[in-house]
Design a protein around this ligand. Structure first.
Ligand SMILES: Cc1ncc(COP(=O)(O)O)c(C=O)c1O
Length: 394
């Protein structure tokens, strides 16, 4: 399990060194190391401000209807039969975390199997969200430290041994913290195994478009599960892909076998949400809906999204090249093979402690670094620190 990022940032903030570098933050930064508000978000906000007919009334319990519809289309595809057949119910929630929490509260109350399998390792908040909601949490093998890639055989063995009907948490793309995703062929095998055992997929989609740069490519895993007509849940976050971190905007979708079940699920979701926070906030969802429904704004978003994804890929390449150029011992190809915001470097706790002490570089103790926190200026500093750590520390 990963250490929380807050203590990393606290330690970073206290460090007076001018060369300090924070690679623990799970948020995008520009080449200049600054947070980014997308231009398309600024435009949408301006349109909202200028619209004098807008009021600040409460939203319904399940949020902004238009936002929910557009969010389902974004993840499942505009022509998804599940949407056309009204088998999907979508509720606006408080970003990815809130969507996972509402989904797991619903499952703990109404689903016949209360065990959820999560990958090992996974995002540090997952076990807490699910256990507090009342699910029993078990793990399945996911990451192979030797290859720094997917432990596919371990994954199939563990899911194959799970009790039928169990819930399985799947990262839709850009697995956090490892950056290791199954290939499409592997996803298909996972799907077949899960469907044959009646395991319920619960997708966490926190990085759609942010991983590959394409919204459709990053939704492929989810879509192959929905295409078979079976049930699944999906938690969406707009924190990363629209840079709306603090607006707390996300959605939970439940794909059901029939329209009738979908409408009953929606009633039950309302009963989960009402005593938790009554109804969700209006501003972030209005920004998202404004962008998703307007062709011009949508296109601008895809360009800005791709630029973020490309910058991260470029940082991967630069770091890999810098280590190659130094002749740093070991195989570092995982840096360019992994995908998304994070690289699971394979550096151990001692390496991390050394790099923090000697080079003022901050990261989680499991060796995960945020590629989004790097720039062309800081890559040599990091490469030098990694080289010194692996050549000088046991
Ligand atoms: C895998 C994963 N799921 C969900 C989230 C939820 O983020 P948020 O609640 O900000 O949308 C994150 C954020 O880091 C994440 O990495």
């Amino acid at each position: 399990m990963i250490a929380p990022t807050v203590p990393v940032t606290v330690a970073y903030n206290k460090d007076p060194s001018p060369i300090k570098l924070n690679l623990g933050v799970g948020a995008y930064r520009t080449e200049e190391g600054k947070p980014l508000v997308l231009n398309v978000v600024r435009r949408a906000e301006q349109m909202l401000v200028n619209d004098q007919s807008r009021v600040k009334e409460y939203l319904p319990i399940i949020g902004l209807a238009e936002f929910n519809k557009l969010s389902a289309k974004l993840i499942f595809g505009a022509d998804s039969p599940a949407i056309q057949e009204n088998r999907v119910t979508t509720v606006q929630c408080l970003s990815g975390t809130g969507s996972l929490r509402v989904g797991s509260e619903f499952l703990a109350r109404h689903y016949h199997e209360r065990t959820i399998y999560i990958p090992l390792p996974t995002w540090g908040n997952h076990p807490k969200i699910f256990s507090i909601a009342g699910l029993s949490v078990k793990t399945y093998r996911y990451y192979d430290p030797a290859s720094r890639g997917l432990d596919f055989r371990g994954l199939l063995e563990d899911l194959g041994a799970a009790p039928s009907g169990a819930i399985v948490l799947l990262h839709a793309c850009a697995h956090n913290p490892t950056g290791v995703d199954p290939t499409l062929e592997q996803w298909e095998q996972i799907r077949q195994l899960m469907r044959s055992k009646g395991l319920l997929p619960f997708f966490d989609s926190a990085y759609q478009g942010f991983a590959s740069g394409s919204l459709d490519v990053d939704a492929q895993a989810v879509r192959i599960f929905v295409a078979d007509g079976g049930e699944c849940l999906a938690a969406q976050s707009y924190a990363k892909n629209m840079g709306l971190y603090g607006e707390r905007v996300g959605a939970l979708s439940v794909v059901c076998k029939t329209a009738d079940v979908a409408s009953r699920v929606e009633s039950q979701l309302k009963l989960v949400i009402r005593p938790m926070y009554s109804n969700p906030p209006i501003h972030g969802a209005s920004i998202v809906a404004t962008i998703l429904k307007d062709r011009d704004l949508y296109n601008e978003w895809t360009v800005e999204l791709k630029a973020m994804a490309d910058r991260i890929k470029n940082m991967r390449q630069q770091l890999f090249d810098a280590l190659q150029a130094r002749g740093t011992p070991g195989d570092w190809s995982h840096i360019i093979k992994q995908i998304g915001m994070f690289t699971f470097t394979g550096l151990n706790t001692e390496h991390v402690a050394f790099m923090t002490k000697e080079y003022h570089i901050y990261m989680t103790s499991d060796g995960r670094i945020s590629m989004a926190g790097l720039s062309s200026q800081t890559v040599p500093h990091l490469a030098g620190a990694i080289h010194a750590a692996v050549t000088g520390v046991a």
